[in-house]
Design a protein around this ligand. Sequence first.
Ligand SMILES: [Zn+2]
Ligand SMILES: [Zn+2]
Length: 262
Amino acid sequence: MIAITFLVTFFLSYIWHMLGVTIGYHRLLAHRSFKCPKAVEYFWVTGGYLAWQSSPLWWATIHRAHHRYTDRARDPHSPLHGIKHAYLGWFFRPTYPEYINPEIQAKDLVKDPLYRFLEQGGNWHKGHLLSMFIGMTFRLLLLLMFGWEIALGSLLAGLTVQQVPFLLNVVCHIRRLGYKNFATSDESVNVWWVAVLTCGEGWHNNHHAFPGSARSGFNRFEFDPSWLLIRFMKLIGLVDWMHEESIHSIFKGDGHQLEVRS
Ligand SMILES: [Zn+2]
Ligand SMILES: [Zn+2]
């Protein structure tokens, strides 16, 4: 019984935290690929924050820079600059480099007082520590209210989800580890097992070809649960608009070639 409570908590927490990163941090805040009420935004962003993704404003700013400078000198975490740096090294910088400025590159998010507070004035170390503190406090509350099985399930799910975007940044930018549907000018590739771990984010070459799309899986076998859930939220009125219809993909038969008309 104890094991079941732990496993169910781990599984449900993993899904919430991972979708918090993919739907909340990534497709909503960083790319604005859909619009929704603030309550829906906060629900998903909280899921990502409690998996120690650090400040949402910081995350989105860095991610936008990743798309602007993909696999070039200014890319914050390209594996071309070393695997260790791409995995975690970049995360420990004290602050933004001079060419990345949230006031300019994430004006839409700077307006939100909660996101500004969590960003701690651009001091990365303070932002990460605050995120760590709030994440641990949340598990402590779970422990006091519901016991150790639920607290431990939540803690381990959060720690696991914390690592997965770091992993994606490395694996999905090493050409030999996946395949490309689109001849993008960067190293991005689609990696099926990363897509499984990330509820659809592993279709990363598709994403770099169409960063503004709420949908990342284009082929029939490219299962993208994050997009299916965004589509479902639109169906039931929790999403007002999503950017997906502008992509008209033609499946060309061999499973690896897509011709795209905009
Ligand atoms: Zn990328
Ligand atoms: Zn992106």
